[in-house]
Design a protein around this ligand. Sequence first.
Ligand code: HEC
Length: 199
Amino acid sequence: MKKTALIFTSVTVLAIVAIIISCNSSDAKEKAIPDATGFIATPENVKHGEYLVTVMGCDDCHSPKTFGPRGPQLDIERRFSGRPAAAPMPKVDTATLKSWALMAHDLTAAVGPWGASFAANITSDATGIGNWSLEQFKTALRKGKYKGMENGRDLLPPMPWMQYKNLTDEDLRDVFAFLKSTKPVENVVPAPIPPQHLK
Ligand code: HEC
C-alpha cells in the first residue's frame, strides 16, 4: 500500500515537472522574436536564415563598407542598413551609362539604364523591414515589389529577386526571421533617381 502511494506521488511529481518544462520552452519560443505582425520564429529559424543570408551575399549590396589597406570590409555597426542617407551622390557621366552599369565603391548604389537605385535598409528597424509581415517579405522577394506591396512599384536592378523568388517557403521564412533579429539601424535610404534626372 505504502509502495503504491510512493509510485503515485513520483509519477505526479514527474508530470508536474514535465508540464513546467514544456511551458517554459514554449515561452522561450515566443520570446525568441516577438513581433507585432504575429510572426514567430525559433532560434533554429534565425540560425538557418543567417546562414542563407551570408551565402546569398545580401551584404554585398545592403551593407555599407569601411575601407582599409585590404579594400572594402563590412561595416558591422551599419550591417544591412542599405545606402547611407547622408552619402553624397557622385557625379554620373551619362554618356558612359549607354554602355556601362556602375556601382558605388561600397556597392550600396548602382546606376544604369534604369537610373540610380539604392540598396534598401533591411535591418529590423522601422526604417527597414522591422514592421513588415512575412507576407510582405514574400511579395517583395517573389514578385519584386517595393515594400512588399502588391500594387507597389517594381524593384529596380541590381536586386536579384528573380533568383531569390525560387527560395522555398521555409528558406524565405528563415531569411526573414534572421533579418528581423538584426540590430535595428535607422536609415532612410534615398529614393531612386530616374535616368533623365541623372547628371
Ligand atoms: C546585387 C545587389 C543586391 C543584392 C546581392 C541583394 N539586394 Fe536586395 N536590393 C538591392 C537594391 C539596389 C534594392 C533597392 C531596389 C529599389 O529601390 O527598387 C534592394 C531591395 C531589397 C528589398 C526591398 C526593400 C524595400 O524597402 O522595398 C528587400 C526586401 C531586399 N532587397 C532583400 C534582399 C535580401 C534578403 C538579399 C539577400 C538574399 C538581397 N536583398 C540581396 C540590391 C541587392
